[in-house]
Design a protein around this ligand. Structure first.
Ligand SMILES: Nc1ncnc2c1ncn2[C@@H]1O[C@H](COP(=O)(O)OP(=O)(O)O)[C@@H](O)[C@H]1O
Ligand SMILES: [Mg+2]
Length: 450
């Protein structure tokens, strides 16, 4: 990862933001705790000074010497002049003490060392008051508190720096890891952009958001790949399929030209050319229809449709033609209606295509059976014949656009009938399946009833 990339990485920015927030909270807490401890320490410091004053004052019962001795004993115990003692007689003379005679007002005062005649960087907290016929001044420097303050502030600063370093380092670590996985996504998309539709993002099954996103992208890429391959296939098939009728059209025109030159009638050639043009036209019409249905635009026209009524209408529509071809048709339908949401016109087309296939691809004497069954959740319909059927390894292929079985190459049709059936079933969210009727073909279409 380049350095500029790190600053732009979302995980790194998040880690930094959280680091900054954490640092802010940490410093705020530190300052509050520090202030509270400081207040308490000043209070305890005052208590200690007052305590010393009171205990010394307590030693002055009758004898001033006892009192002064006590002051001297305390005085000797102090080092570095951390504590100050001064006993002043009623004539204003120094009776005992470790500081020069200075003027200190009664009560509490906070004094710089210099005003006590001392050399020190620290201030002193001093309490002065009368003890019988003397005045006693007791004080203690803020040295311990200030040392502790320095220590606390120092450790707060160091800890903050540590937190900052940890959050930047942690953020960089997280960002690098995430970046590596995003990099894999980018590389894959780059390969896709350069035409490699089979490229997929490697999945490191962790189930986190990046893994889920990668899965979704892979799924979309799979769809894209099969769509593009489907389109490629269809374009090739169309080109291939149109070659034959166009060739035949060319031959008819050539033949007509030759006959014209010889002064012979050309009606047959014109008829043949017309038939080829119709065939080509039919192919394009059906292709356009399938595309239009697949776009789902017709779904807005959905309304209640009775499948039973549709099947009856189709049977009625084809009965004449089937009879002429030496075939027969029969229906087995439920007593009540089979209503669902759909497009009646498209459903008519679906069943018409299936019955038309029997008419086209089955021999004389074939019997067609239309049936329907209805439950609360679905409607199952079947178009069944006892003709030659379709081998089961071709069951998927016959749904491909322009695909026809080898034996049907010469029979009329475009190879788009079943593609249209599938497109119509799909927009009705129906389940479409070909089955062997032994002998014959059974097409089962199951519609959900919402
Ligand atoms: N009922 C059927 N019995 C036997 N073969 C069939 C039947 N229906 C369809 N087929 C086969 O499936 C192929 C594809 O059908 P279809 O897509 O409707 O195209 P078309 O009918 O234009 O040939 C047909 O060419 C035919 O070989
Ligand atoms: Mg057909």
């Amino acid at each position: 990862m380049r350095r500029g990339d790190l600053a732009r990485s979302t995980p790194f920015r998040l880690a930094l933001t959280f680091g900054a927030l954490f640092l802010g909270a940490f410093v705020l807490t530190g300052v509050v705790v520090y202030q509270l401890i400081k207040l308490d320490m000043y209070r305890r410091h005052d208590d200690a000074v007052r305590q010393t004053f009171l205990s010394l004052a307590g030693t002055y019962e009758d004898d001033r010497t006892d009192f002064l001795d006590a002051v001297r004993v305390d005085m000797q115990a102090t080092r570095h002049r951390n504590e100050v003692y001064l006993a002043i007689g009623d004539d204003g003379s120094k009776l005992a003490g470790n500081v020069p005679l200075v003027d200190v007002p009664n009560g509490w005062s906070t004094l710089p060392a210099a005003s006590l005649g001392l050399r020190s960087d620290f201030e002193y907290r001093v309490f002065a008051g009368p003890v019988r016929d003397t005045r006693l001044v007791v004080g203690e420097s803020y040295r311990d508190i200030e040392n502790l303050e320095d220590l606390t502030l120092g450790s707060l600063a160091w800890t903050s720096i540590l937190v900052l370093i940890l959050s930047v380092a942690g953020g960089a670590l997280i960002a690098t890891r995430a970046e590596r996985r995003f990099q894999a996504v980018r590389e894959t998309m780059d390969r896709v952009a350069h035409g490699d539709l089979a490229a997929r993002i490697p999945l490191h099954g962790k189930g986190d958001d990046i893994a889920l996103l990668s899965q979704d992208i892979n799924l979309a890429l799979g769809r894209l790949q099969s769509n593009v391959e489907g389109m490629r296939q269809v374009s090739t098939d169309i080109a291939h399929d149109l070659k034959t009728p166009l060739n035949r059209l060319g031959i008819s025109l050539e033949e007509a030209r030759r006959k014209l030159a010889r002064g012979q009638p050309v009606e047959d050639e014109i008829d043949a050319a017309d038939a080829e043009v119709q065939q080509i036209n039919g192919t394009f019409d059906a292709l356009l229809r399938i595309t239009q249905i697949e776009s789902g635009a017709r779904r807005v026209r959905f309304g209640p449709v009775d499948v039973k009524e549709v099947l009856e209408a189709v049977a009625e529509l084809f009965s004449g033609a089937l009879e002429d071809a030496g075939m027969s048709i029969e229906t087995t339908l439920p007593v009540g209606p089979c209503t669902m949401e759909g497009d009646r016109q498209l459903l008519m087309q679906l069943y018409s295509n299936l019955v038309e296939n029997v008419l086209r691809h089955c021999p004389k004497g074939t019997h067609v059976h239309l049936s329907a069954r209805v439950t609360d959740n679905e409607i199952t319909s079947r178009v069944e014949d006892n003709g030659p059927g379709i081998p089961s390894d071709e069951h998927e292929n016959v749904f491909r656009r322009l695909y026809r079985l080898e034996r049907s190459r010469t029979s009329p049709g475009t190879g788009l009938g079943l593609s249209l059936v599938r497109a119509i079933a799909d927009i009705h969210e129906a389940h479409l399946i070909l089955e062997d009727a032994n002998p014959g073909l059974s097409v089962k279409v199951t519609f959900p009833r919402v």
